[in-house]
Design a protein around this ligand. Sequence first.
Ligand SMILES: Nc1nc2c(ncn2[C@@H]2O[C@H](COP(=O)(O)OP(=O)(O)OP(=O)(O)O)[C@@H](O)[C@H]2O)c(=O)[nH]1
Ligand SMILES: [Mg+2]
Length: 230
Amino acid sequence: MTHTGNYSKQADTSVLLQSARFCTTAATFAQLPSDALPEVAFVGRSNAGKSSAINVLCGQRRLAFASKTPGRTQHINLFDVGLGGVALGRLADLPGYGFAAVPMETKQRWQRFIAQYLTQREQLAGLVLIADSRLGLTELDWTLLGYAAPAARPVHVLLTKADKLTQAQRAASARKVRDALQQRAAALRLLAPVSVQLFSSTQRLGLVEASRTIEEWLLPPAADAPADEA
Ligand SMILES: Nc1nc2c(ncn2[C@@H]2O[C@H](COP(=O)(O)OP(=O)(O)OP(=O)(O)O)[C@@H](O)[C@H]2O)c(=O)[nH]1
Ligand SMILES: [Mg+2]
């Protein structure tokens, strides 16, 4: 991989992601932007830390709303990212799943919306699956990976809240998730690559690795030679 990323001198956040600006909020599939900009979606259980991860990756404190009340993100919130004022891609903050106190009907509506997004969103370039490093991947996460599998987009798992674990526990958490993925990938028909890393929004752990992965999905690879217009 030749792509080196766009990093400012001292910062661990990428210039591309720092440019994030709120774009729109969508409550239905039809409300999603219809242009062709590639999108990276953040998915995971409610309260896993999706919004916090987006905020810290973008170097902005309140871009995606991070709350202590689980289940607050009920729509898909989209953020534009670009370089030199030109939008090149989007980040999508998807509704969290698995929050028990949400009425069944609401839960089913979100589930359908997420499933439709994962299977039909052509602009989807990759999925960032956020999971609590203390819990690893739960059955709901495996269900989501099953929904996502047919679209064959790459998945990057952020095992977040790693600040709550000791070094040894962190290593064990990552190993357990990698092993489980290896065991279940064939049954789930996960064809695209799945990568795993530890992360902490509060301790800014793993920012560079996560940003690089997202940048590589959003920015087209540098061409060897500029293509002539035919
Ligand atoms: N210690 C620690 N706490 C975190 C971290 N990331 C998120 N949190 C906390 O976890 C809670 C949930 O974080 P959010 O980012 O709102 O989670 P979410 O996945 O967006 O939740 P929903 O929008 O409800 O789906 C908040 O109280 C955050 O402060 C982390 O890396 N470390
Ligand atoms: Mg959220």
